[in-house]
Design a protein around this ligand. Structure first.
Ligand SMILES: O=C(O)CCC(=O)C(=O)O
Length: 212
């Protein structure tokens, strides 16, 4: 990758390493071990106990199904969010989430105002192909995704399928920053796997520009 959509402040993380991906139409930076594995696992447990997790349902072919993971939405007042017909009003920031947001906002040099939390209870939970391209996120959104707990495969592919999907292993304490036109041209998923039996918490920090 030759250009940077944000000024990632490398001095803010000493033990972490930075990896960029050369993808046409996508801007992807992986910061590994922003939190140590131990800290990441501790945060994972804390957030599982602390957040107001909900089981959403999605309607497909006239039938209602449980979304295959639990979710929670936290943010500044009024920053509501909707996806696939599911509307979420923000709960106020907890001190733990606020701390994580502060660190991630500094790294990505972006003032995030909300976070979608995903709880993958084990490898059976997943998120299907999608892009974070809702109108309320604005054009070319910067999204910072924090992984805590079990390592999971994050798969990304071009929407027009002009190249092979790419797999990135996201481990506890890693931060993946997506920006530029990533959400316009690419989509991502976290596939189901029998190999993972432990939970994973993912926090995707976003900047909602207007209410849904
Ligand atoms: O769990 C992840 O790493 C990805 C989550 C995700 O795609 C989303 O929240 O939109």
């Amino acid at each position: 990758m030759t250009t940077r959509p944000f000024s990632c402040q490398e001095s803010l993380f000493e033990d972490a390493s930075l990896q960029t991906f050369e993808l046409s139409g996508a801007e992807l930076v992986l910061l590994t071990a922003v939190w140590s594995r131990v800290e990441g696992d501790r945060l994972c447990k804390k957030l599982i106990g602390e957040l107001d997790w909900r089981q959403d349902k999605i309607s497909m072919f006239g039938q209602s199904h449980d979304v295959p993971r639990l979710n929670a939405w936290y943010g500044d007042p009024g920053r509501s969010y909707s996806w696939s017909g599911i509307a979420m009003d923000p709960s106020p920031w907890t001190s733990t989430l606020h701390e994580v947001k502060k660190r991630v906002s500094e790294l990505a040099d972006t003032e995030f105002n909300s976070v979608l939390a995903n709880l993958y209870r084990d490898g059976n939970d997943k998120v299907d192909w999608h892009a974070d391209d809702e109108e309320v996120l604005g054009v070319n959104p910067v999204i910072a995704s924090v992984s805590l707990g079990a390592a999971r495969k994050f798969r990304i592919r071009r929407k027009d399928r002009s190249s092979q999907p790419i797999d990135i292993s996201l481990k506890s304490g890693d931060v993946l920053i997506m920006s530029g036109s990533t959400q316009r041209y690419w989509e991502h998923q976290v596939p189901r796997t029998k190999k993972v039996t432990e939970p994973r918490v993912n926090l995707t920090f976003r900047k909602v520009t207007s209410s849904a």
